[in-house]
Design a protein around this ligand. Sequence first.
Ligand SMILES: [Zn+2]
Length: 374
Amino acid sequence: MLRQASSALRTARIPLLGLPSGSAHPRINPRASHLNLQLASRWVSTRTPRQLSNSKPPSQLSEALHPRRAFATTPSRPARNTYNRFNSSHSARPSIFHTLLSRSKPHHFVLIGLGISGIYLYNTEVVEMTGRRRFNCVSHEAELKMGMQSYREVLAQSQGRILPDNHPVAQMVNRVLQRLIPQAPIEGADWRVHVILDDENANAFVLPGGKVFVYTGILPICQDEDGLAAVLGHEIAHVVARHPAERMSNSFLTLGTVFLISLLFDVSGQLSSMLVNLMWSLPNSRTQEAEADNIGLMMMAKACFNPEGAVKLWHRMQQQEKSAPPQFMSTHPSSYNREEAIRGWLEKAETIYADNGCMPSFKKAYQTQSSYGW
Ligand SMILES: [Zn+2]
């Protein structure tokens, strides 16, 4: 092999140090071998691929072409101008997290991954009314407590604008709610409705625990009790399906991930706070909206409200959205074709409506007021 290499080098007419040109059995001077190999490298780079394939380079030649050899023989540079934040005056010692990270082994990450997966699987549950599987780590008790806290805050903010219980509008809203409540199985709920006089605010929401708020601004869009039942049914469905707890659980997952990333990669704390704000201002997800539409529609049909009223309501809501977007739509986005989806469920809802004996004459007995005339 060595002979082949030197023969190839001579054929290339490259002068070699320490290699007698006329020698039949050339000897390579060990001290000059490094330079010889460099020259051999130059020779190889000038050959065509065909020439290279015909001439099999010896193992030494292969090594010479390998980058590792060049780096291995290069004297190491002094470590100057290298950034090491642990040596900065602000942080004399590495943090415990960076110490843990530097000492971690691949199997540690596997164990952490298995642990997180276990926690995730342990906290997954099925939404009873739709069969959807989701992550939820917030207990029902915690959800009720937070609902009660929000209830006190909204009451304080709405002081002086809440219609009395004997007001005709408050009575009508309460009447619709009372028909929907039997269809909303929420353990520990204490149902109560408050109508807030605010014609500029087209909004309504239900808190975990059963506290309902309706702003008078949404009543013209509802038009009649079927329309109001569609709005309240949708809102109650969010609570029945425990969407607030699900959103909170997803926030925990996101925040936990952001927290870990911040620690591991030393990302500025501003990123975390920015994401926290973003999480709280996010609207319901498309999945939750579709689920609330579905559950709400079936609930209103069981309560003998005409399910077609839901299609009409969402049509009016979308029309309104084009001119003056209702506040309600900011947290209930129509990111999918809502009307079309509801029409797809209408047959099932009408079957429920008929099976419950909700004949027109029976329905009229409930509907004492068909329009508010706002
Ligand atoms: Zn919604």
